[in-house]
Design a protein around this ligand. Structure first.
Ligand code: NAD
Length: 495
């Protein structure tokens, strides 16, 4: 077993963990609790207070109070940015602690959490803090015989419902633009992975974020998430998760006419032309497929391979996946950890069974992975399938390390196969012919098209799904800051 940092042991020993409302750590009104587990061992990490309707009410009221009285919305953007930079610095300072918490709660390799999840979260805070400083809060408009200007003002209480695959990163993608714009937040983390979000609250307090500006209410999707989505006191909601739940959240927001941003699932394709470097491309796609044990919304799970390179490419990808180091996230050398929960493990295994029953054949058989030292963990092996394009595993999001391979002959055929999906989050095209690669990248219908790479994220580039993958403008782009600022025009006739 890996050694925990003293700070992490101390944090876990503080369980049962409480809700963070109005700057106070409080029990749930009905005293409900749930357990969060280590997916690598199956053992309970901590008991956590489970929010219900009354707690959601308290959190929204605390946020409303903070919006009125904390001074946060009225602070000049550069003063807010100082506080947010302080928070980002604290995140960086606590990088390894946060990465260990994230690795324990999600199962992901520590190196991935320390190398991406945590630092990217700090960078997101800094990006929106800096952007807010360069945004005009008052824009004069030329209207004849009138004085006119448009203010950009925060909405008020913004709600965030977060999934379990990148809890800390997605927390920051959500709240950073909202806070930088002067809003206040109520956050419901996923019930499988609440820990890094709770630790974040300690850092937010240390950074000087006023009480009530950030409220965190762990709990089950229903009742906590559903109550938050339906609460008439919220002014905006951002949801990241599955299309099924996203739809119900959007319906609840629609009933209150609350604007909603949805970041949903995907079934990303990678189109591999005959002129690729076989070794490099196999390495890159295997990394993409196994990152976070395939629990990545934008990962490439449909590999469209030019028929002339089918055999050598499959051979290389298979060889790499067979030698993948699957194991406990905190052990050095682990390349792929467990999936997050028994439910998720059964989802992956169930899709493999259904896919084969519908006529798919396994190029690399996946299934349960046995890790002798961690028998209680939720481990699966990567799988490569092939078969008819209408197979369930070629169409639906599995959210595990499973790729469905299809051969193609011509460019148009590949583009057509990519665009048959009802998702539209992210695809990639691989070729040394950049003119062709650009043509295909632009023809694939999705929020993100990558060339000779997969999973590239950068501040300033909007990450937004289309079709079943999301609506409402996405995240990470400069426009996202304006999603959290409502325009208010002031006009006066000149006498
Ligand atoms: P999920 O939809 O089951 O849960 C997401 C969140 O919604 C959790 O906090 C959950 O508690 C909450 N929830 C569940 N039921 C609810 C309800 N009735 N009302 C309100 N909230 C409810 O999704 P998941 O399994 O946690 O995450 C996996 C999904 O998220 C995948 O489809 C994945 O592609 C998607 N995802 C998308 C992005 C993106 O940026 N597009 C990023 C990460 C994950």
């Amino acid at each position: 077993m890996a050694t925990l940092f003293a700070e992490v042991s101390h944090f876990l020993a503080s369980a049962p963990m409480k809700l963070f409302i109005g700057g106070q750590w409080v029990d749930a009104v009905r005293k409900g609790r749930f357990e969060t587990r280590d997916p690598g061992s199956g053992k309970v990490l901590a008991e956590v207070a489970a929010a219900e309707q009354e707690d959601v009410n308290r959190a929204v009221e605390a946020a409303q109070r903070a919006f009125k009285t904390s001074g946060w919305p009225a602070l000049p953007a550069n003063d807010r940015a100082v506080v947010l930079h302080r928070l980002a610095d604290l995140i960086d300072k606590h990088r390894d602690i946060l990465a260990q918490i994230e690795s324990l709660d999600v199962g992901k390799p520590f190196a991935q959490a320390a190398g991406f999840d945590v630092p990217f979260a700090a960078q997101t805070l800094r990006y929106y803090a800096d952007l807010s400083v360069h945004t005009r809060p008052r824009e004069p408009v030329a209207v004849s015989r009138h004085e006119a200007y448009t203010l950009r003002v925060p909405y008020g209480v913004c709600a965030f419902i977060i999934p379990w695959n990148f809890p800390f990163t997605l927390l920051s993608w959500g709240v950073s633009p909202a806070l930088a714009a002067g809003n206040v937040a109520v956050v419901k983390p996923a019930e499988d992975t609440p820990l890094s979000t709770l630790y974040f609250c300690h850092l937010a307090q240390q950074a000087g974020i006023p009480d009530g500006v950030i409220n965190v209410i762990p709990g089950y999707g229903d009742p906590a998430g559903a109550a938050l989505a339906a609460h008439p006191g919220i002014r905006r909601l951002s949801f990241t998760g599955s299309p099924e739940v996203g739809r119900s959240v959007a319906v609840a927001c629609g009933a209150n006419l609350v604007p909603v941003k949805l970041e949903l699932g995907g079934k990303g394709a990678a189109v591999l032309f005959e002129d690729i470097d076989l070794d490099q491309t196999a390495d890159a796609l295997v990394s993409a497929l196994t990152l976070n044990t395939g629990q990545v919304c934008c990962t490439a799970t449909r590999w469209l391979v030019h028929e002339s390179i089918w055999d050598p490419f499959v051979k290389r990808a298979k060889a790499r996946l067979e030698h993948l180091n699957i194991g406990y996230g905190l052990l050095p050398g682990t390349e792929m950890g467990p999936v997050v929960s028994p439910k998720q493990k059964e989802r992956v295994l169930g899709y493999l069974r259904r896919g084969v029953a519908e006529g798919a054949s396994a190029l690399l058989e996946g299934g349960e992975a046995e890790i002798p030292e961690f028998k209680g963990g939720f481990y699966v092996k990567p799988a490569l399938l092939t078969g008819p394009p209408e197979n369930v595993c070629a169409r639906e999001e599995i959210f595990g390390p499973v790729a469905y391979l299809l051969p193609f002959k011509a460019e148009a055929e590949a583009v057509d196969l990519v665009n048959r999906s009802f998702y539209g989050l992210a695809n990639s095209v691989w070729s040394q012919n950049l003119e062709r690669a650009r043509r295909v990248a632009e023809a694939m219908v999705s929020g993100n098209s990558w060339i000779n790479a997969h999973n590239v994220f950068a501040h300033g580039i909007p990450y937004a799904g289309t079709n079943l993958s999301g609506l409402g403008g996405g995240v990470l782009g400069p426009e996202t800051l304006f999603d959290y600022l409502r325009p208010q025009s002031v006009v006066r006739p000149l006498s």
